[in-house]
Write a protein that binds this ligand. Structure first.
Ligand code: GLP
Length: 248
């Protein structure tokens, strides 16, 4: 593997470092495709990219995942989150921003169609990732096959609980989602993982230093040739001291 690990001075610095990496990848591509993640971790990146939006080439964007079964236009559907946090502030063309179809009555077909759309776009140049405190990537929960593709998944109770903070009540959090698979994510040319806070420290340490196993989905990062891990606010706390530059 080739993992570069950097620790940021705080959230704004985390965003600036991520933006520099993402912009370099997009600018180097003839047909730039950005993979976007939801959750709170990548927000400093989107804020930094919004400040530097003049430097963004015209691009396509693909979201990692989407809840199944939320009413259309629900503010916490990832379609809405991506529109609010990414498409609008970065000035992207909404017709070039794709999110799995969480309102479909045929989610298996929607999952396969999503894979086709990514492939037709030429694949993802740089995929932004957060990490769940249970080690999930996108909505690939522990137990997800390392070669999994975009598919329907059940959310872990711990994930529903963690994401309840975004909803009016915990019962409102959907039970199922569509997510890019770990195999899909590994096909992106470059990965940028962002994590902030001590609650992520154990998952980060296990992902980067532990065995590669479906029990800790983010451990697949070790199988990718081009990963940048950007950490802030204690997310690096459990990493060995020498893990500042290149881990292996
Ligand atoms: C969600 C998303 C993931 C994200 C994770 C962590 O469950 N599906 O893509 O990485 O939460 O979220 P946060 O960054 O808010 O901690």
């Amino acid at each position: 593997m080739s993992v570069t690990i950097r620790t940021a001075a705080g959230l704004p610095d985390l965003g600036e470092q991520a933006a520099a990496t993402v912009l370099a990848r997009l600018q180097a591509s003839t047909r730039p495709v950005l993979g976007v993640a939801t959750g709170s971790s990548p927000l400093p990146l989107y804020q930094a990219l919004a400040r530097r939006r003049a430097e963004l080439p015209p691009l396509r964007a693909f979201a990692l995942d989407e809840y199944l079964g939320l009413p259309a236009g629900h503010p916490q559907s990832y379609r809405e989150v991506v529109r609010r946090e990414v498409t609008a502030p970065l000035g992207l063309d909404p017709a070039e921003v794709f999110v799995p179809d969480g309102g479909t009555n045929n989610p298996d077909r929607a999952a396969a169609a999503y894979e086709d759309t990514i492939r037709a776009a030429g694949g993802i140049d740089v995929q932004v990732l957060g990490i769940g405190s249970n080690g999930h990537l996108a909505f690939n929960e522990p137990g997800s096959p390392l070669d999994s593709r975009t598919r329907v998944v059940d959310l872990d109770a711990s994930t529903r609980q963690a994401n309840a903070r975004f909803f009016a009540s915990p019962e409102e959090v959907p039970y199922r989602a569509l997510t890019q698979g770990l195999g899909t994510i590994l096909e992106a040319k470059a990965l940028v993982l962002m994590a902030a806070g001590e609650s992520k420290a154990e998952a980060v340490e296990r992902a980067l230093c532990g065995p590669v196993t479906p029990e800790l989905p983010a451990s697949v990062l070790q199988l990718h040739p081009d990963v940048t891990v950007l950490l802030a606010e204690g997310a690096n706390k459990l990493l060995p001291r020498e893990a500042g530059a290149n881990l292996k």
